[in-house]
Ligand binder design. Structure first.
Ligand code: GLC
Length: 474
């Protein structure tokens, strides 16, 4: 079953967004420094949160009139697109997340070992989770009950709470905006995710959209303290020369449906020196790292990258979420890091402003594992030898130190008595320890293999669950 799902996933999620051969190294020294620092963090939190959480539906997409599974409308308003859009947008008038407490999230994320956060300041539906002066479709507008709260500007509150914990802070921002009349001009009903009018006939309308977007990004870069990264989603807003019409989702993109990225980047970097710009899935100089989604590339990409992945099954809040097991989450982190990437794990807050209790439980389990093993994660890279995976092991490297991470099977709670590491080309003087254990481990070389012998006491009482890390000093 799992294999089947993985196969289904691959063509959709991985191939389209991976273009390491087109990666352009940033030249700005501050951007490079920020990128190096970011690469060392390895583990971040993504949050998708908006008024849609009240219905427990997919973020934004049910507004999009495309015949795709994830755009399906449900509920009493489903039959009529106009009525549905109205009801959806009316969710602004009932959004009241009274349990909102970003300090609690930041503490839980920090204890799990996360070191950066990316938050949906605006998703495709156009609803601003920040106090934009460019629209009244926002959480701080009087129409929204939560506007009365002193913490109504949730973007500011989240950024401050995580910054307090020394996180790098990133703004997810959707380039398309399905609320803006300059994107979906109500005069012409939209047919798909793209603008609803002829850009060549109405260039001033599209220019107005560009200006509006620029000003919103300027607000985020000006009024919200230090920002470390801009995560720009909605890759169908892209320059004509980057459109690949072999990709089905890119076929309907009109030429000219782009933003002025050089202008945006210049503004952003003037306000926020060194800020990373992730114009995701748009190859070129504004994609400072690649962002495969919901999957792990089969091999290291050789350029900076991050897998974004849901902790449960969806990006947005659903009433009954089916969270991945700690086993799966920890293995995912190890596999991503062994290939030189970062993991950006998504948790969705609910309409009351809280996470499901299971999300905290998962973070706790990851934190317990990280407390023993984080040195094999932070600041590491995929091994220079190219050996990132063999048998049940994945490998990371930090300077001269190699970390061999044994990914235990789901039922495997007792460690094996004997472990053989093949193909490492180690010197005979290499020293091995098991992270979290004081006892010396007996080791010997056998025809180029490293053989480890674990005493019964350690086998019975491993230092942690899920994955065991051998630190090898050459
Ligand atoms: C997918 C979803 C989008 C979400 C994004 C996060 O592309 O369609 O809604 O924001 O994943 O990576």
């Amino acid at each position: 079953m799992r294999l089947f799902l993985a196969l289904l996933f691959l063509p959709l999620t991985l191939t389209a967004q991976q273009h390491p051969h087109q990666y352009i190294q940033p030249t700005d020294p501050l951007v490079r420094q920020n990128l190096d620092e970011w690469r060392d963090l390895k583990f971040g939190l993504l949050m998708h949160w908006g008024t849609y959480s009240q219905w427990g539906i997919v973020e934004s997409w049910s507004l999009c009139p495309e015949d795709e599974g994830w755009c399906e409308r449900r509920g009493p308003f489903a039959a009529d697109w106009y009525g549905y859009k109205k009801a959806y947008e009316n969710l602004q008038t009932s959004f009241r997340p009274t349990r909102f407490n970003p300090e609690k999230w930041a503490a839980a994320a920090q204890a799990a070992g996360m070191r950066y956060v990316v938050f949906t300041t605006k998703h495709h539906d156009g609803f601003c989770m920040f106090d934009s002066k460019q629209t009244d479709y926002k959480i701080t507008d009087p129409k929204c009950p939560f506007s009365k709260s002193p913490r109504a500007d949730v973007t500011r509150e989240i950024f401050n709470a995580f910054r307090e914990k020394k996180f790098k802070v990133g703004a997810y921002f959707s380039k398309p905006d399905w609320h803006s009349p300059d994107f979906w001009w109500p005069y012409f009903p939209p047919k798909d995710r793209n603008i609803s009018y002829d850009l060549n006939k109405y260039p001033e309308r599209y220019q107005a959209f560009k200006d509006f977007t620029f000003r919103q990004l300027e607000e985020l870069c000006t009024n919200y303290g230090r920002l470390d990264l801009l995560w720009l989603d909605g890759a169908w807003v892209r320059p004509a020369n980057t459109i690949d019409r072999n990709e089905s989702w890119q076929r309907g993109i009109p030429d000219g449906q782009d933003l002025d990225m050089p202008k945006i980047a210049a503004m952003a970097r003037q306000k926020q020196p060194g800020i990373l710009i992730v114009d995701r899935w748009v190859p070129g100089e504004y994609e400072n790292y690649l962002t495969p989604e919901q999957g792990i590339p089969p091999t290291p990409l050789g350029v900076p990258w991050e897998t974004c992945m849901t902790m449960g099954g969806s990006w947005s809040y659903v009433f009954e979420e089916n969270y991945k097991s700690p086993h799966q989450l920890i293995h995912t982190l190890c596999q991503v890091v062994s290939k030189g990437g970062n993991l950006l794990l998504n948790i969705a807050p609910g309409p009351d402003g809280e996470w499901h209790p299971e999300a905290y439980e998962r973070l706790q389990a990851i934190g317990a594992w990280m407390a023993v093993n984080s040195e094999a994660i932070y600041g590491t890279d995929t091994p220079a030898s190219g050996l990132f995976q063999r048998d049940k092991f994945v490998f990371t490297q930090k300077g001269e130190i190699l970390y061999a991470i044994y990914l235990a099977d789901e039922q495997e709670t007792k460690m094996p008595g004997q472990i053989r590491l093949t193909g490492l080309a180690l010197s005979s003087t290499a020293r091995v320890e098991l992270l979290g254990v004081e006892t010396k481990i007996s080791q010997k070389m056998e025809g180029g293999d490293l053989l480890l012998q674990l005493p019964e006491s350690i086998q019975q009482n491993p230092p942690c669950g899920y994955a065991w890390v051998f630190k090898i000093q050459q």
